[in-house]
Design a protein around this ligand. Structure first.
Ligand SMILES: Nc1nc2c(c(=O)[nH]1)N[C@H]1C(S)=C(S)[C@@H](COP(=O)(O)O)O[C@H]1N2
Ligand SMILES: [Mo]
Length: 419
């Protein structure tokens, strides 16, 4: 993941505090850290430090994308209003696929005057609103788009309102795309995924808030889908149509570009702050971010080796490397992201309301931060790699020829220790 503005603030603050906690006193920036050994355990000093972390991406630092000519978020406000892209005019239709034999008793349709409007959604929200932390990351982009606290109503609540009766196997959904079917950005899910999830998993939601604020046009206002475990393409923005179908096949726009659209988010580590050069025998501060995918995250590791060192034979995926652990940083107490006082407004689903703490850490489908002080090495040219060990104890990225199911290559960088 490249150094990007959306990550820069939260990560810099977070990791700086980590190194401070390791006893590298008087540190103004990471480059100044030159002593202290890597500590496998977080020192208690960090507990205080994490109270000041920025962990969520402020909305204005998020990377948002959207296709269309013009893209829906670029329409002028009066046009947005006219096409149902503001809160007063928004309507969601939930209908049966006319090309299929799905039966639903009470479609939500504009024609019948039964479409769900903003007030209807807010009424449902009073009873069913949920929040969760989730990273938006694209199948094809190594660098994540932003970490958000998303709020919405589980899509199943709306599906149940339509009283589905028979022959529904899949849910197709799309947003407003200039009233041009060719511009539609469609996604789909098995009906079973929408109706329930295993304990500890998160619901598919009709989402209207990011970091405690109404969605902005670029973020998909007024309402978008969020699929917690998915890559970005499943989280369709400017949502206006849900179609229940007996067609068991995915109809996703993204599949047309050779993407594996049902692949859940993968676990992968990336360097974040890695100096290009270091001094002999001086500790090297390195920080990283790790996308925590379906298989979870138990370790972030690095492997530093001399460039001229012969690699073990028959080990193309570096499984025999001399991997060392970095520290995965703990949950912040200050979330940043533009939340008032940096506090989480309401308990996300990943938190236990009884303790006010996350049920597990790090959280799946979020971004974890890591830091390590690599003990100093003699002058020379080096290569450094990073990887993760997932929640199943398996090194990630696994050997993966299938980048179209989620960009996930093992990262390797040069490092010169100058004599
Ligand atoms: N309506 C619509 N929704 C969309 C897209 C789009 O082009 N149109 N792009 C998708 C893709 S490919 C990604 S990666 C995510 C990015 O989400 P973000 O813009 O909130 O960061 O939006 C998804 N939702
Ligand atoms: Mo994407």
């Amino acid at each position: 993941m490249k150094k990007t503005t959306q990550l820069a603030n939260e990560h810099a603050e977070l990791t700086r505090r980590h190194f401070l906690g390791l006893g590298a006193a008087g540190v103004a920036g990471l480059a100044a850290v030159s002593r202290a050994a890597a500590a496998p355990q977080l020192p208690p000093a960090l507990a205080d430090a994490v109270a000041k972390l920025e962990y969520l991406t402020p909305v204005d630092k998020f990377r948002f994308i959207g296709r269309g000519a013009p893209p829906p978020h670029a329409l002028p406000p009066e046009k947005r209003r006219a096409v149902g892209l503001d809160r007063e005019t928004w309507q969601l239709e939930v209908t049966a696929d006319p090309e299929s034999d799905s039966k639903i008793e009470r479609p939500l349709s504009k024609q019948l005057g039964t479409a769900l409007n903003w007030d209807g959604l807010m009424k449902l929200a009073e009873k069913h609103a949920v929040r969760f932390l989730k990273l938006i990351t694209c199948t094809n982009v190594g660098e994540p788009f932003g970490m958000g606290l998303w709020e919405g109503v589980p899509l199943r609540e709306i599906i149940w309102l339509t009283q589905p009766k028979a022959n529904v196997r899949r849910v197709f959904y799309w947003g407003y795309h200039n009233d041009d079917p060719k511009q539609r950005f469609r996604s789909s899910l098995p009906i079973g995924r929408v109706l329930e999830e295993p304990p500890g998993e998160l619901p598919i939601i009709l989402c209207y808030k990011l970091n405690g604020q109404w969605l902005t046009p670029a973020a998909g206002a007024p309402v978008r889908i969020i699929v917690p475990e998915g890559y970005g393409n499943q989280s369709v923005k400017w949502i206006q149509h849900v179609m229940l179908t007996n067609n068991p096949q995915a109809n996703n726009t993204y599949a047309e570009k050779n993407n594996d659209v049902e692949s859940p988010m993968k676990t992968a580590a990336r360097f974040y702050r890695l100096p290009a050069t270091a001094k002999p025998s001086q500790a090297i501060p390195i920080t990283g971010v790790a996308q925590v995918g379906l298989s979870g995250l138990s370790k972030v590791q690095y492997w530093l080796r001399r460039e001229d060192e012969a690699l073990p034979p028959d080990d193309p995926y570096f499984t025999k490397g001399d991997w060392k652990d970095a520290t995965i940083l703990p949950p912040p107490e200050r979330w940043g992201g533009g939340l008032p006082d940096g506090r989480l407004p309401d308990m996300p689903l990943q938190y236990d309301p009884a303790t006010g703490k996350p049920r597990t850490w790090p959280l799946r489908y979020t971004l974890a931060h890591s830091a390590v002080l690599v003990p100093g090495v003699p002058a020379g040219r080096y290569r450094i790699c990073c990887r993760t060990i997932d929640g199943n104890g398996i090194a990630q990225p696994m050997p993966r020829p299938f980048l179209k199911s989620g960009h996930n290559a093992l990262q390797e960088k040069p490092l010169v220790v100058e004599g």
